[in-house]
Design a protein around this ligand. Sequence first.
Ligand SMILES: NC(=O)c1ccc[n+]([C@@H]2O[C@H](COP(=O)([O-])OP(=O)(O)OC[C@H]3O[C@@H](n4cnc5c(N)ncnc54)[C@H](O)[C@@H]3O)[C@@H](O)[C@H]2O)c1
Ligand SMILES: O=C(O)C(=O)C[C@@H](O)[C@H](O)[C@H](O)COP(=O)(O)O
Ligand SMILES: [Zn+2]
Length: 354
Amino acid sequence: MSTLTVALPQHPYQIIIESGAAARLGTLVANVWSPRRVMIVSDTHVAPLYLEATQQRLTAAGFTTAISVIPAGEASKTLAGAQQIYGDLIANGFSRSDGVLALGGGVVGDLAGFVASTFMRGLSYIQVPTSLLAQVDSSVGGKTAVDFGTGKNVIGSFFQPDLVVIDPDQLQTLSQRNLVEGYGEVVKMGALSSDASFWQLLETIDSPAALLAHAGECSAYAIAAKAALVVADERDTGTRRLLNFGHTLGHAAELLVPDTLHGEAVSMGMMAITRLCERQGLTAPQTADQIAARLTAVGLPTHFPQLTTAQLVEQIRMDKKVKGQTVVLVTLAKLGEPRLHPVPLAELPAFLEG
Ligand SMILES: NC(=O)c1ccc[n+]([C@@H]2O[C@H](COP(=O)([O-])OP(=O)(O)OC[C@H]3O[C@@H](n4cnc5c(N)ncnc54)[C@H](O)[C@@H]3O)[C@@H](O)[C@H]2O)c1
Ligand SMILES: O=C(O)C(=O)C[C@@H](O)[C@H](O)[C@H](O)COP(=O)(O)O
Ligand SMILES: [Zn+2]
């Protein structure tokens, strides 16, 4: 078991990582919230598995629960998805002194967080992430969003949860594809981190089964590294942007190639930018192979899809790291030494083809 803290001065909060933590959810929530109504937001895959027990635990701890269940999948991370939850909050008489609890993967967490940040200008929320991706990354740091038009996370806010409860046992029911997908974000954090013991742990993970066995440790390492960047730059204007390693090209692949999951896209995006930068002398030789070895060990894709430079440039113009006429890319000098690398948009086609 480990307890980490995101030590933001205005809004510090704890992340509990513990096998069996879900069974203690009522007590854990009661430690941070007074009795209130709690809207449990979940999706159609997670609700049949964990919703009833979650409701019982909260009720036993003195909370009054209501539920809002969205269709599983990225297609729900939209304004229409948010509208459904707003409707459920209103139908159940929720006010600003009540709370939202996100029970699910990154889609549920991003969407429920967005609703919590906007409903009546903000009510408290708690993250109970149930996918590996959400446990190692999306439940922490307060980036909430919905997709819009052709862009990922176009409409959103920075809004921190009051608590994150991670129970690695809940990953037992996750499909192998979704488990493996989450590892894309773990390898991202390992490649960014200067803590050599993090990468050494990843070198022991040689199969999806080994990943499942070490999921709690992966969360502890990844969240410790992420929390430090979030505390240094909550609003993503400086060093937090390093957490976008693999995402500039990855988001393009996720949007343009049907049936690509976020973590798979990040895997391909990290490989593409690192191979490109190796060719251009910006990244030490063999770095891409070191990352590829970790990704292929669990079956993550490493070959970037055939997209044209024009398609990539069009997507990259929507990237939140564009400032004026420049996009700031995330590159690695070598493992553990990430860099922010500005490229003028006018030079982007040549850079991508270099
Ligand atoms: N806010 C952030 O900082 C941040 C970080 C990374 C990713 N994201 C976002 O997260 C989303 C991807 O998250 P995801 O990969 O968790 O997707 P997801 O929420 O769609 O979950 C993946 C699938 O697993 C199912 N599932 C979740 N937990 C389960 C469990 N315990 N047992 C059985 N099935 C379960 C879900 O129903 C879904 O079908 C993307 O929208 C991405 O943009 C946000
Ligand atoms: O928390 C962050 O900061 C991240 O960038 C984490 C990413 O893994 C995540 O996918 C994030 O939602 C991407 O953010 P965006 O600002 O590029 O939409
Ligand atoms: Zn991501």
